[in-house]
Design a protein around this ligand. Structure first.
Ligand code: ARG
Length: 280
């Protein structure tokens, strides 16, 4: 599929997931941030923190992130209602660098994108793929991870490659690149959008769709939790994940990129990924 090369964006910040190890020390972040007394002296000593001193954010003293916490291991809601995952930990580390307190707002995926575009949140972090279409309506940070659109099918499915998806019914999460690529390639009539990746996978288990196209890391988690499914070896598309902010919010974007650069240089990014994704 031509999408595979079309979506390969170059990035200095690409992390090799396989090279990661160790554990991160970032504390879990609750979705209800309380105090606005956020400027820690430790954070202010970092370059990114110093730059961020005059940052104007949606809620003063806070870095407000919109997300869709139904996308393990990037963001999920634990049984006790806590939000956790790679994006939550990376966002907390970025917020700390900027001397801000992280506030996470959980919503539908398409709403999370819109919140950042419309300045209702400072940033969207939700395993968001950088695409040309999205670049028209929002700005993106440097890449902090890479994703692959994978195809999940039942173990006994005749579908063996992306080409076999033609004339089949494909389940995806609404508003995602999985939906966009599949409807472009196979037509709207062949793609059913679901509220979450998990509901799409449940539709596959129940025989309502023939395949699910979704990012590889959540695909692995869903397949682990639902016996009788498998992920095809052939990827559907290769992607870069980045943090999205409102178009033209250069100040925040530069601050985020500065923080990401520091977190990559000191190994924090790699440690966070390694905490959630174990090398095979
Ligand atoms: N990477 C895909 C996209 O950007 C899917 C992201 C879905 N993320 C989520 N938190 N549900 O469209």
């Amino acid at each position: 599929m031509k999408k595979i090369t079309a979506l390969m964006l170059s990035s200095a910040m690409m992390l090799s997931l396989a090279a990661c190890g160790g554990s991160a020390s970032t504390d879990a972040v609750s979705s209800e941030a309380a105090s606005s007394e956020a400027v820690s002296s430790e954070a202010a000593t970092s370059e990114a923190g110093a730059e961020a001193a005059e940052l104007t954010t949606v809620n003063a003293g806070k870095l407000t992130m919109s997300t869709n916490a139904e996308f393990p291991p990037y963001e999920t809601t634990t049984d006790s209602g806590e939000l956790e995952g790679i994006d939550i930990d990376v966002a907390a580390a970025v917020a700390e660098k900027l001397g801000l307190e992280l506030q996470v707002d959980d919503m539908d995926f398409d709403a999370a994108l819109l919140a950042a575009q419309n300045g209702k949140s400072d940033m969207v972090m939700a395993g968001v793929t950088v695409t040309d279409e999205r670049l028209k309506v929002m700005d993106f940070s440097d890449t902090y991870a890479e994703g692959i659109q994978s195809i999940i099918v039942k173990e006994d499915s005749p579908i063996a490659s992306p080409d076999d998806l033609a004339d089949k019914m494909i389940g995806t999460q609404r508003g995602t690149t999985g939906y966009i690529y599949c409807s472009d390639d196979f037509g709207d009539d062949h793609v059913t959008p679901y509220d979450s990746g998990l509901t799409a996978v449940q539709a596959l288990v129940n025989g309502q769709v023939d395949a699910v196209v979704i990012d590889n890391a959540p695909a692995k988690e869903f397949v682990k939790a639902n016996p009788g499914l498998k992920i095809l070896d052939t990827a559907y598309a290769q992607e870069d994940y980045a943090i999205g902010v409102a178009k033209g919010n250069t100040e925040l974007l530069n601050a985020i990129n500065g923080a990401l650069e520091e977190l990559e240089a000191d190994g924090t990014l790699q440690a966070i990924v390694g905490k959630y994704i174990t090398a095979e």
